[in-house]
Design a binder for this molecule. Structure first.
Ligand SMILES: Nc1ncnc2c1ncn2[C@@H]1O[C@H](COP(=O)(O)OP(=O)(O)OP(=O)(O)O)[C@@H](O)[C@H]1O
Ligand SMILES: [Mg+2]
Length: 436
């Protein structure tokens, strides 16, 4: 504007003045418009910028939240890994730590000094670690010893041979008295001797007699001795430990005796218990002038068995059932009262016995109406329970072969022939003499 003012010559006339005024006003208006325009544009730009910045800000905030969450997660992860590392380190340290010697405390000198026998044999006077409770230090307790100082590091629980644990029947047998055919007198006797003292000890206390400690079942093979013992275990809710005599015969000297001792210890701890020693003749054979060291080892085991069964140590609620089919070779010491108080003979079944055994085993079979089990019982004179069981099964096999709906008398007769006459067992009877 000043240019115009300066450039132009001094206005001469009012027209010129007016014109000048008009031009100036126009120019001013134009410039004002321009400025307004610029301002508007600037405002639009700014709002857009601010909008952009705000959304960016939101984005960044979201990112921050995310990152913080990640960080927290990683931190907990880190703590976890650190814990794992610590655990693994201590584990690897434990694995690398030298082995401890196993020993047994034999004597306590005073509260800090103890005499131990290490597993290798020699005896040492050692100190016990402060972490071991002095009251628990007792002769006979097993402990671990430091290799260098032989100090007692910790006390161990008493151990039983793994084999002894293996003998314990975890599941009680499923056989019941109802599964035994005949043998009613024998069942009554064993119930009286084993079940009654365990179930109702007060009866014996009232009268003042010691209940029988053990029962020996003997008789020909396959007559139901093992079955009877299983049924007793099922009916009394006692722990049932089954051991076969031959398992007690061990390779190394003293092992068998130790096994017997541990067997009784474990039985006592778990009382009430029934120990069932099947085929007891494997260890209980009459002691004679033994020749081989093996024989002598068997005798040592037997002696331990005798001592364990003796009334000398109160056995509590531990009952022993023995089973054998060679009672004639058993050591007389086993048979005396106080060990096996009752000797129950399980004979070959008579006709009634055979009939009831057949009934037991055919209970679950599909049998035709014409079947007369009495006839089968008559045909099987001198046969044992196992034979009768085999006859029932064979009869079933015949029926299956013919694809019939049920087992007929004919099937039973064929089974008797097959089991008894075809397979001539008489010719195998030399076996008994061989081992006599
Ligand atoms: N009295 C019986 N009642 C029912 N089944 C019987 C009877 N006797 C034997 N059995 C059958 O015979 C099988 C063998 O019997 P068990 O094992 O009891 O004979 P065992 O007398 O112990 O013979 P071993 O002296 O040879 O050991 C039983 O599983 C059972 O099926
Ligand atoms: Mg048996």
């Amino acid at each position: 504007m000043s240019d115009i003012l300066h450039k132009s010559t001094e206005p001469q006339t009012p027209e010129e003045l007016y014109r000048l005024y008009r031009t100036l006003t126009e120019q001013l208006r134009e410039q004002l418009g321009q400025i307004e325009n610029d301002k508007h544009e600037f405002e639009v730009q700014m709002t857009e910028r601010v909008g952009n910045l705000e959304s960016r800000n939101l984005e960044l905030r979201e990112q921050l939240r995310q990152t913080e969450a990640d960080k927290r997660y990683i931190e907990t992860q880190k703590i976890r890994y650190e814990r794992d590392v610590r655990k693994l380190k201590s584990e690897s340290e434990q694995l690398r730590s030298p082995p401890l010697i196993i020993g047994t405390i034999t004597d306590i000198v005073d509260s800090t000094r103890v005499i131990v026998r290490s597993s290798a044999g020699p005896r040492f006077m050692v100190r016990s670690s402060p972490s071991v409770n002095a009251d628990d230090l007792k002769p006979g307790v097993r402990c671990t010893l430091n290799q260098q100082s032989l100090a007692i590091v910790e006390l161990l629980p008493n151990s039983f041979d793994a084999q002894v644990y293996g003998m314990e029947l975890v599941d009680s047998p499923i056989e019941t008295y109802a599964d035994i055919g005949g043998l009613q007198d024998q069942i009554n006797e064993i119930r009286e001797a084993v079940e009654l003292p365990l179930r109702r000890p007060e009866l014996f206390k009232r009268i003042g007699i010691e209940p029988p400690k053990g029962v020996l079942l003997h008789g020909p093979p396959g007559t139901g001795k093992t079955l009877l013992a299983k049924a007793v275990a099922h009916e009394t809710n006692a722990h049932f430990m089954r051991v076969v005599g031959s398992e007690l015969v061990q390779k190394y000297i003293g092992e068998g005796a130790r096994l017997v001792r541990e067997l009784f210890d474990l039985a006592k701890k778990k009382a009430p218990t029934i120990i069932f020693i099947d085929e007891i003749d494997a260890v209980g054979a009459s002691r004679s002038e033994a020749n081989t060291s093996g024989d002598r080892e068997v005798q040592r085991t037997l002696m331990q068995l005798l001592a364990g069964m003796d009334g000398f140590e109160n056995r509590g609620d531990v009952k022993i059932i023995g089973a054998t089919n060679r009672i004639d070779i058993l050591d007389k010491a086993l048979l005396r009262p106080g060990r096996f108080d009752r000797i129950i003979e399980i004979p070959l079944p008579n006709i009634d016995g055979r009939l009831s055994i057949l009934k037991v085993h055919s209970r679950t079979l599909a049998i035709a109406d014409d079947v007369n089990l009495t006839e089968i019982a008559q045909l099987t004179e001198g046969r044992n329970g196992a034979d009768l069981y085999a006859i029932c099964m064979e009869a079933g096999m015949f029926a299956i072969r013919k694809e019939s709906q049920s087992i007929t008398q004919e099937n039973f007769r064929a089974a008797v022939t097959k089991v008894i006459f075809d397979f001539n067992r008489g010719s195998l009877d030399v076996e008994g003499e061989m081992f006599a």
